[in-house]
Design a protein around this ligand. Structure first.
Ligand SMILES: [Zn+2]
Length: 481
């Protein structure tokens, strides 16, 4: 399989646009591509992204990005639309929207944002690309191609564009070549995404100036590194005209001061503490707590120290952070994780139970609590907790994966496979789910009730699998009966 580099993912949105006769951009008309189809394509691409090394499985970042994104999407022209935001481990400054409202955010972008409004400004711009149907139009241009070939083409283009070196050019398929020259959003798309995004940013309560300052800085960087401009600039061409346009719009908007949320400051420190070499991160944050001894700086130092295995000092830094901060589920979670890392499992379960009282809706804490209980051999308790959570978060794959672990630890093999199958279903991995169910059937020891669930699921999934398999060009249809 082709290696998918995240920088290039931004280009997934970049199907031929100019070739299409599109209605005036001012009017948001739904194109022929239905939202359901767009979502299918997006989910298929997400399935591939989940398997990529750059996909970052960090519930803390995902939780924060989704809270921020939902707040913005709620203030967008289409507040009811589905969005899912996910972090991508990549130091370059970029964000990208996929069909179906999936928005990837590079850790480099979070790290480089000087304030929350800057980060929100970039997300608002991406959200606008989705709500203004730019993505749908682009995908629609390919509707004659089947889903499989469409996704395949996207991946081929991505792989090719991630490394523009001549040596890599070999992987560019002929098909991809034909659309290479039409890969970027048009200026009209960019202008509209800026206009709508700015409105969204302001309506959501952020400082609209954040969009202006961030894009200006990006442009300045682009001038500095001509051949190595920030990835964002390659996919969202930033012209002087565009900047001037944003400035004009900003002048018409009231100036608004927005104070960064504590969560943003902590999340940014978390990202920075995880970047580069662990030792360098420790040194960096040691300097930061000298300069500006904030809760975020101490939290960053704690995370960096945890990374290099310096538990003792990590604990002290974390205490310092907690003493300087208003209550935060992120800091509570850090205490649980630190206790687990130090092997203090009883302490960890005590901390996670206490933290959940006021933060029952914070998913990363729920995962940590279940893990802590299992580490403390309180597996039954963990299972009860997971079952209760799944009643509220019924489509949470991470909870199902933890449930599978708990069943496994209790020797309930069939139930374990069944739970793991559900985790795969939620990740759109039908084949893997079926495999789990087949193993569940053979596992034995399951009661009649569980076995009948397994059988029913298997039937459903096989049906789904048949629908998903791309239809072969068969001549049967045309042949006379
Ligand atoms: Zn753009």
């Amino acid at each position: 399989m082709l290696k998918l580099r995240p920088i290039a993912l931004a280009l997934i949105i970049a199907f031929p646009v100019q070739a299409l006769e599109l209605p005036d951009l001012g009017e948001v008309s739904r194109v022929a591509l239905t939202e359901a189809n767009e979502d299918r394509i997006g989910r298929e691409i997400m399935r591939q992204i989940h398997g990529d090394a750059a996909y970052l499985d960090d519930p803390v970042l995902a939780e924060y990005l989704n809270a921020l994104g939902e707040r913005l999407a709620g203030a967008s022209p289409e507040p009811g639309r589905h969005f899912e935001f996910f972090p991508v481990k990549d130091a370059s400054i970029n964000a990208f929207a996929l069909p179906g409202g999936y928005v990837g955010v590079h850790t480099g972008l979070i790290s480089a944002a000087r304030n929350e409004s800057e980060l929100a400004g970039v997300l608002a711009h991406e959200i606008a690309h989705v709500t203004q149907s730019h993505i749908a139009r682009i995908v629609d241009a390919q509707k004659s191609a089947g889903l499989a070939s469409l996704v395949g083409l996207a991946i081929a283009i991505l792989a090719a564009r991630s490394s523009p070196d001549a040596s890599q050019a070999a992987i560019v398929t002929a098909q991809a070549m034909s659309v290479q020259n039409q890969l970027d959003f048009t200026r009209e798309h960019e202008r509209e995404a800026d206009r709508v995004g700015l409105q969204t940013l302001s309506s959501a309560g952020f400082s609209p100036q954040g969009m202006g300052t961030f894009f200006e800085r990006l442009q300045a960087q682009g001038r500095l590194y001509e051949n190595n401009a920030p990835a964002y600039l390659r996919t969202h061409p930033l012209t002087y005209e565009r900047i001037a346009d944003i400035q004009n719009r900003l002048a018409a908007l009231p100036y608004r001061q927005y104070s960064d949320s504590q969560e943003f400051l902590l999340v940014r420190a978390r990202v920075q503490a995880a970047a580069g070499e662990g030792r360098d991160a420790v040194r960096e944050f040691e300097a930061k707590v000298q300069e500006q001894p904030s809760a975020a700086a101490w939290y960053g130092l704690a995370q960096a120290r945890l990374r290099v295995g310096d538990m003792e000092h990590a604990a002290r830094s974390l205490d310092k952070a907690i003493s300087l901060s208003p209550p935060s589920p992120l800091l509570d979670l850090a205490r649980v994780e630190l206790a687990l890392a130090r092997g203090q499992v009883a302490e960890a379960t005590k901390l996670s139970s206490a933290a959940l009282v006021n933060n029952s809706a914070y998913r990363p804490l729920a995962y940590a609590h279940a893990k802590a209980l299992m580490r403390a051999n309180k597996t039954r308790e963990a299972l009860d907790f997971l079952t209760e959570r799944l009643r509220i978060w019924s489509s949470d794959g991470a909870l199902y994966a933890l449930k599978a672990q708990a069943h496994q630890a209790l020797g309930q093999t069939a139930e374990s496979f069944l739970a793991q199958a559900q985790a795969y279903v939620l990740a759109d991995r039908t084949d893997a789910a079926i495999e789990q169910l087949l193993m569940a059937q053979k596992a034995g020891k399951a009661d009649f009730y569980t076995l009948s669930i397994i059988d029913a699921r298997l039937r459903d999934l096989r049906e789904r699998q048949q629908k998903e398999t791309p239809q072969k060009e068969s001549s049967q249809k045309e042949s006379p009966r």
